[in-house]
Design a protein. Structure first.
Length: 159
């Protein structure tokens, strides 16, 4: 899965957090990135604004489990990283290819990438990986941040 697993650290993973809106999810993940020095103080607001203008909910062919991949532009990033939330209860995100529609999401990947080319490559790799139903099932079944990172690392060669 490209180098995605190297961008995710245990302290940037939330397993079954109590979040009820896409805004709350972006704020929670963005705060982790800012607190750990990966995002600048402007990251959360920039990611929320970008999500408002360009929704990132991604419908997956995986038995109703969908994902969202919010991100902010590079000027809001201090160092490359990805924060991840695995939600027990889905929350609605506006859909990427139909901004007027909402989809229930259980996987949220907030990207903080400073290189535009890397951002495009990471988005492609993540989008491709999320077409793998086994990977999605294993991600949502993860009970610890370390397990989630291991699942992503295991799939590096086959995604």
């Amino acid at each position: 899965m490209n180098d995605i697993s190297q961008l995710i650290r245990p302290e940037l993973v939330l397993i079954n957090p109590q979040l009820d809106t896409s805004t709350a999810a972006i704020k929670a993940l963005g705060s982790l990135l800012v607190e750990d020095g990966f995002g600048k103080s402007t990251l959360v607001d920039a990611a929320l604004e970008r999500e408002r203008l360009h929704p990132t909910g991604l419908a997956l062919d995986s038995g109703g489990i969908n994902a969202a991949i919010p991100h902010a532009d590079r000027e809001h990033v201090a160092a490359p990283a990805i924060a991840v939330a695995v939600l027990a209860t889905p929350i609605n995100f506006r859909q990427m290819d139909d901004p007027d529609a909402e989809i229930p999401v259980r996987l949220v990947f907030l990207l903080a990438l400073s290189d535009p080319e890397s951002q495009v490559q990471t988005l492609r790799a993540l989008g491709k990986a999320l077409q793998n139903q086994e990977l999605i099932s294993r991600l949502v079944a993860s009970t610890t941040p370390e397990e989630l990172i291991s699942v992503i690392s295991d799939k590096a060669g086959s995604a």
